[in-house]
Design a binder for this molecule. Structure first.
Ligand SMILES: Nc1nc2c(ncn2[C@@H]2O[C@H](COP(=O)(O)OP(=O)(O)OP(=O)(O)O)[C@@H](O)[C@H]2O)c(=O)[nH]1
Length: 443
């Protein structure tokens, strides 16, 4: 320990200073009210770079990086005038010119009556800590910036053992996706879950439970209802289990509405007949099989009809291909008008069409098809200053539960052939269905 050359204090008065001067790991010194250094601890040379002897009698403010700003002098004044301690971090200069951050505490020492004021200065080098903190801060800022610029929403979701879901973190991108602020959703996850399309909620919750139970990655496409619009969201996340049994997911939500629209457009293109806008053959079988499966579960048979425009080749040959196209389009529109929205209508060949009537009895089916036949026969087509009319022949059959759609279509085709053979512009169906009379049809 370095001793004061000017005066010696009593052991009682000096006890605190002595203990610190002997044991404090940083810089410790005693200065007078003007900041003149009276005593220094052994660590002072290591921390300041100044040999201890050279510091004694010098002003303590020589350690200040910026005497003009005078942080150290101000701190001293605070203690001297107010008789109170001062604490803060000061930027100090070592003897070699290097700068260090010193966590500084200046305390007035207890002194007897008539005694002059002395101050105990202790400094702790926090340069490395500050550097690490600054580095961490810069890293955090960069991470936040990167997360904010990601084309999606980053989240951390917790599921408690009893099933409650909480967003521990959700990034700012959320607002662009659904208009909600991240804080609102972190306060209450229900705000976001309430936007999930009603048909997707159960599958969303179930998929999260499965992911939590099996600790397998979660991936789901679901819809959000945002201000009357539907947004398609793709969610992906990896789960991890916590000691308390809760599950945490780190994941992303990406707005894939544009991609979904493109997919739907492509799907529409591959399933639609371009001339008439009706379903094509392939789409007919996709939808038809679903209707069959549904009817089979209910133990019902499904009316299936094949339709073919009569003498269509002659219409084409006489009035041209464009007139034939117009006839096909008009025929498709007439069919659509005569059917219910949930009936299946498709163009499966050149001038061949097929209809599946959903949830219809034999009599109902016959009535609907007869009305359609009559509407087609009554339709007038204006082509090159002439008015064209054409008719349609219809073969009707019933797809029994468990029977194949292909086989039923073949039977409907046979009935259609018979309708052509019997003179066209008529319906032929199973013999046990009797055609309703004309007053029933027009009703
Ligand atoms: N304009 C037009 N014609 C088509 C199209 N697809 C097929 N066709 C024509 O439809 C006609 C079908 O004629 P057919 O199957 O011989 O029979 P049809 O003349 O309708 O006579 P029936 O069926 O016996 O009453 C052919 O001339 C095809 O060229 C199309 O997309 N546009």
């Amino acid at each position: 320990m370095w001793r004061n050359r000017r005066r010696a204090r009593t052991s009682d008065e000096d006890s605190l200073a002595d203990r610190l001067l002997a044991h404090f790991p940083g810089t410790v010194m005693v200065v007078d009210a003007h900041g003149v250094i009276l005593r220094v601890g052994p660590g002072v040379e290591r921390h300041t770079g100044h040999p201890a002897e050279q510091l004694l009698g010098k002003r303590f403010t020589l350690l200040d990086i910026d005497p003009l700003r005078g942080d150290l002098a101000r701190a001293l004044r605070h203690c001297v005038v107010g008789g109170r301690e001062w604490q803060g971090v000061l930027l100090c200069r070592r003897a070699d010119g290097n700068l260090t951050y010193q966590d500084t505490l200046i305390q007035p020492l207890p002194h007897g009556p008539g005694d002059t004021l002395q101050l105990l200065v202790t400094q702790h080098d926090v340069t490395e800590l500050r550097r690490t903190a600054q580095h961490d801060h810069a890293l955090l800022e960069r991470l936040q910036r990167n997360v904010a610029r990601l084309p999606g929403v980053v989240f951390e979701l917790r599921r408690e053992a009893q099933g409650d879901l909480d967003f521990l973190f959700i990034s700012e991108g959320l607002t662009a996706v659904c208009g909600l602020s991240p804080q609102a959703v972190m306060d209450s996850s229900a705000r976001l879950l309430d936007l999930v399309h009603i048909d997707d909620r159960e599958v969303l919750i179930t998929s999260l439970i499965q992911s939590a139970v099996s600790l397998s990655s979660w991936r789901l496409e679901f819809r959000l209802d945002v201000a009357g619009n539907t947004r398609w969201i793709e969610g992906r996340a990896l789960p991890r289990r916590q000691r308390d049994g809760n599950t945490l997911w780190d994941g992303m939500l990406i707005d894939v509405s544009r991609r979904k629209q493109d997919e739907q457009r492509v799907q529409q293109l591959v399933s639609t007949d371009m001339l008439t806008g009706l379903l094509n053959r392939r789409a007919f079988f996709d939808h038809g099989e679903a209707i069959c499966a549904h009817a089979e579960r209910q133990g019902r048979s499904v009316p299936v009809a094949m339709l073919d425009i009569d003498h269509f080749k002659a219409l084409n040959d006489t009035h041209g291909h464009a007139a034939g196209d117009l006839a096909l389009q008009t025929f498709a529109a007439t069919c659509r008008d005569c059917l219910r929205p949930y009936d299946l209508l498709a163009r499966i060949g050149g001038e061949e069409f097929v209809i599946m009537l959903v949830d219809s009895s034999a009599e109902e089916a016959w009535r609907i098809l007869e009305r359609l036949r009559a509407s087609v026969a009554a339709t007038e087509l204006a082509v090159d200053c002439t008015t064209l009319r054409f008719t349609v022949s219809i073969g009707l059959t019933f797809l029994a539960p468990g029977a194949s759609l292909e086989a039923s279509l073949a039977r409907a085709d046979l009935a259609l052939y018979q309708a052509k053979h019997e003179g066209r512009n008529r319906i032929v169906g199973p013999h046990d269905i009797h055609a309703p009379d004309s007053s029933e049809v027009s009703a």
